[in-house]
Each structure stands twice: as C-alpha cells, then as structure tokens.
Design a protein around this ligand. Structure first.
Ligand code: NAD
Length: 337
C-alpha cells in the first residue's frame, strides 16, 4: 500500500505512521504543524519517523488546494488515504470555532476533491469522534444512535466530516470508513488533553481541575488499540461507493477520578484537586460499543487503563524534562509532596 497520511505529525498520525511503516508500507505524511500545542513535540514525532524506510513528509495546509494538489501530483500512485489532520480539541472550539471550519470542513473537502482524481485509490479511512454522540444519553453509544444533538462546535465539524464522506462516496464512488475515536491516550500524546495536563499538574504540585459529578467518565482507549483499529479498518475496504462509520473505543467507561488516581500512583505524587462545574461543551460520559468493527475485522482493545497509564508515564518521565527545558512548568520533584 502507498498511504497518504494527513496529520502525520499529530499524536494518532505519528503512531499510525509507525505501524504502517513497520508493516512495510509506504507512507506519504502531510501536516501543517500548526501551533495549537507544542510544535516541538510535533517535530520530535517527525524526527522519530524521518529515518524509517518508506516515509516521506511534506508540510502543507489541507485547506489550501495548491498544497494538496502539489503533493498529489508528486504521488499519483497513492492507493490509500488515512485522514487524521484536524483542528482537535472540544473546548478550544468555543474559543476559535472558525479554525474548525477551515481545518475540519474545508480541509476535508479539499482532500476529497483531490482524492476523487486518484485513479488507483482503494479506500479512505478518516477520523471522526465520539463527540458526535453529543447529548445522547443511551449507553453504550452505538453507530445506529441518532447523532443530531452535538454539544460542541468541534462535534459539529466531525459530524459534517461524516456527511461529507457520505456525499463523496455517493457521487464519486469513493470507498470510505469513518472511525469515531474515543479518548485516545498514550506516549507522544497531546498536551491539551486531560491525562497529559493532569500529569503535568501532579508533578509540578499545581492544582488540577476535576469537573464535579459522580458520573464523569470517559471510554479511555490506548493509542496502540486505536492504531490497530485504524489499520484493521484500512485493510477491510467496503464496496465501491459505500461510506460507513465505526466506533473505536474500549467499551470500558472509567471515572475521570480513577485516571487521576492511576496517575498519582505511577508518578508517585499526590494531586491537588480543584473541583469545578463541568463546562457545557464537555459531555458527562462516553461509552463505546465496538461490536460493529469487531464483527467486521476481529478488532478488540487489549490494553487496560492501568497498563496504558503506566506506559504513558514511562514516556512522560523521559520526554517531559526536555519540554521543561523549553519552558514547560514540569519538574520531577513532586512539588506537592
Ligand atoms: N486524540 C483523541 O482522543 C481523539 C478523539 C476523537 C477524535 N480524534 C480525531 O483524531 C484525529 C487525530 O487526532 P490527534 O489526537 O492525533 O490530534 P493532533 O492535534 O495531535 O493531530 C492533528 C494534526 O493535524 C494537523 N493539522 C491541523 N490542521 C491541519 C491542516 N489544515 N492541514 C494539515 N494538517 C493540519 C495538526 O498540525 C496536527 O499535527 C483528529 O481528526 C481528531 O479530531 C482524536
């Protein structure tokens, strides 16, 4: 396979690239390296990928047609696309909703416009999100549930991505699979996400914000499981003109307070917790049914939260001091005692 991978410098994209390269595939990585979080972290991920045979990378913006056309012209023999580039983050979509239109809606359409002219293209797998379930209260979330009550503008743009994929499958015969990721976490993760922020706060002895409420839970899914799901979905292409979506989550909703306890235990420091009211954009709980993707591909999550947090903290301890040198607040003296 020759795979065009958008968001290759991102958290999930980096791990997907590693797996595909280790399987002997060619990966053409593409990313704008936007500064939503540490650009250095994105460069460091790319630094890990750069020496691997089969990897090429170009910096560019998916919402700019010339950028996408240029890379497609260089690689007209692309057979698969894994589209992960996005303006991520639920809460930031309150601060800058227009960034989500540009990256997630415009970027997706520009990609599909280019994709429909690739003669050897077999299949597009793209990232959707558990956030499309929005205010849905039926648990676990199933692909057959209505997804018309988004709780954030981020969710609006991820749902728009699914609808866009459907139209392009119908109009141009593209085979497409959307994957609704449920709270991916792990090494080389995103510093804007709660588990990473908690780890930084705990080690620095600074207060971390925990939203009040017994029911606050997330279906945390370890990055290697997410990657296995992406790769499994990619290998199971649908019929021509079919667009489908699958949940990709661990089917194991866990109180966020349990995540904090695991981080405390792995980091050996006590958290200073500040309880606040949950913002309207954050849903109370997520819980994925993964029956559909399991039935198609045999995929199952295999990494427990305990093991996943252990692996994250091991990486965090090794990587984060370099970030600290670059101005991050983290040190490893358990400032909170
Ligand atoms: N990590 C999660 O828990 C999670 C959950 C649900 C959905 N998702 C989705 O999975 C995908 C990957 O998420 P992630 O956690 O790796 O996020 P990430 O922010 O680490 O990676 C996204 C990458 O896309 C790049 N990008 C943004 N706009 C771009 C543009 N216009 N052109 C080119 N590149 C652009 C960014 O620079 C970044 O490196 C995203 O689509 C995200 O919405 C992630």
């Amino acid at each position: 396979m020759k795979i065009f991978l958008t968001g290759a410098a991102g958290f999930v994209g980096y791990h997907v690239a590693e797996r595909l390269l280790s399987q002997g595939h060619e990966v053409v990585g593409f990313d704008s390296l936007n500064d939503y979080y540490s650009v250095q972290l994105k460069k460091d991920r790319l630094g890990q990928l750069a020496p691997k045979p089969g990897f090429t990378f170009r910096q560019g913006d998916l919402s700019i047609r010339d950028d996408v056309d240029a890379i497609m012209a260089e690689h007209p023999d692309i057979t698969h696309i894994v589209h992960l580039a996005a303006q991520a983050g639920v809460r930031y979509s309150l601060a800058d909703p227009c960034a989500y239109i540009t990256a997630n809606m415009m970027g997706h359409v520009v990609l599909l416009e280019a994709a429909r002219h690739l003669t050897g293209l077999r299949h597009i797998v793209y990232a959707s999100s558990s956030s499309v379930y929005g205010l849905n209260e039926t648990m676990p979330f199933r692909e057959t549930d209505a997804v018309d009550r988004p709780g954030s503008f981020y969710a609006v743009t991820k749902r728009a991505g699914e609808l866009t994929a459907h139209a392009y499958a119908h109009l141009y015969g593209l085979r497409q699979t959307g994957l609704r990721f449920f709270t991916a976490y792990g090494p080389w993760g995103r510093p804007d996400m709660a588990y990473y922020k908690f780890a930084r706060a705990i080690t620095a002895g600074k207060p971390l914000t925990l939203y009040a409420g017994e029911g606050l839970a997330r279906d945390f899914t370890y990055i290697d499981d997410i990657v296995s799901g992406v790769v499994a979905a990619l290998a199971h292409e649908p019929e021509k003109g079919v667009s489908r979506v699958f949940n990709l989550g661990s089917d194991s909703p866990t109180p966020v307070s349990r995540l904090v306890a695991l981080l405390e235990s792995e980091l050996g420091c006590k958290a200073v917790i500040e309880a606040k009211r949950r913002p309207l954009s954050d849903v109370e709980a997520t819980w994925s049914s993964h029956e559909e993707i399991t039935a198609l591909t045999g995929w199952r999550p295999v990494v427990s939260l305990e093991e996943g947090v252990r692996r994250f903290v091991e990486w965090f301890r090794a990587y984060e001091p370099q970030e600290a040198d670059a101005g991050s607040v983290t040190d490893f003296d358990c400032a909170a005692g």
